[in-house]
Design a protein around this ligand. Sequence first.
Ligand code: HEM
Length: 483
Amino acid sequence: IQSLLLFTVLFLLIADYLKTRRPSSFPPGPWALPFVGNIFTLLLFFQTSLQLAETYGDVYSLRMGQTWMVVLNGFQMLKEALVTQGDSLADRPILPLQVDISHHLGVIISNGHLWKQQRRFALSTLKYFGVGKNSLEHAILDEFTYSAKDVTVHKGKRFNPHLIINKTVSNIICSLVFGHRFEYEDEWFIELIKRFDNDLYMDRPTPPLLYNSFPLLMRRLPGPHQTVQQFWSEVKDMIRSEIKEHKKDWNPAEPRDYIDCYLTEIQMRKGDAESTFDEENLVICVMDLFAAGSETTSTTLRWAFLYMAKYPEIQEKVQAEIDRVIGQSRQPSMMDRANLPYTDAVIHEIQRIGNIVPLSLPHSTNRDIQLGDYTVPKGVVIIPNLTSVLFDKREWETPYTFNPGHFLNEEGKFVKRAAFIPFSAGKRVCLGENLARMEIFLFFTSFMQQFTFSMPAGTKPVLDFRYGLTLAPAPYEISATLR
Ligand code: HEM
């Protein structure tokens, strides 16, 4: 029995070595353990990703179980890969957890023809609802009035802004996809946003990593990953019920929202063999818009309040600029942005230093490509390390300091910086970038116009983070005083 065991172990080791040995002319990286690869490095990857770049250079490789990954670092390398060679990197890898949740549908993890059709449709629908009198700008300003009421209730006393902000920004996605907002006390709404809340995924890189490395085993094992799966399946049921309601009074001539437009698209393309539009895809697309579009914007605003409390002199300058340009008698509008260079610079700096999607989403090569000195074969997972760009010392004067001056010239005018890529770049660049920028600008300026944020007496702002769906501030309490 002993020799059989020894033979089996030896056989597995050799098979693992032959199957997963580093391909020739492949980027270097730390030594990988048999079977599990660099799983221990990956568990702390967000913290160590920059040190690895110092050791191995802007392109290095790691192994997750049996899967090879190449990590790209620095502005020049990401630009070369995502923009110049964008077509070769436009795919998403087929990772078991994501496939089990979304079944290759929707926008975020789909590929090829299906992805192109769904992305194009989502972009044009966002554009459609972004203009006109029922525009999303109007929805955002309207939503602010509800949000401000909930903040005012605390009368300047300490409170945790997390849930209020989640409700505020989730209602914008609700306006877009469901055509209406929800009252903040609505139980259905509260249940929905709970399932996209960062806290659910906080400090839990292990389950997705293990799930994607050992899917056959993990699918059978109980654990937190099963709860998350259960939550996603409940979300799908909730979205299906909204679609059912929509169908009752849907009028193709007067689309109210994303779901109405999608139902029309399904009908129009009936009989078209190329069509990827059906109700199951609609459910996943809606889920994608919530997953990608609520916690991200909410996290950014939560960083914004914390930075303003930490740097009261910067907050005062923002408020002074808003008072001068907008005053107190009307709400801000997108037209004001060009006249608020300091505020705009502060928002950009919050996004840069907040770095809320530090490793972007994974891409995958769809042909053999050359990256720097290395050849990366087709089918390799690519991690665009956005952290390495947003903190690239070759691009930013003071990368680790909160410095709105990164986006201002000597005359105080706003300047665009190419290395500002919190939304990534290239073919898969964030689909909601324009909406997100509009939300962040309008919510931030509206809050600054009406409130002053400060730390509750006796406390200091701590810029600690937790890593879940996004890189978010650790839970904190703040005071918001009416101006
Ligand atoms: C993808 C960032 C808000 C929808 C992404 C990616 C990043 C990102 C880094 C990955 C890009 C890549 O793979 O190269 C952010 C940030 C946001 C934000 C920082 C807010 C501050 C939004 C909003 C929406 C949205 C509001 C929805 C309306 C999406 C979708 C994708 C995506 C659907 C997948 C695109 C694709 O695979 O083609 N986002 N996002 N995002 N984002 Fe955003």
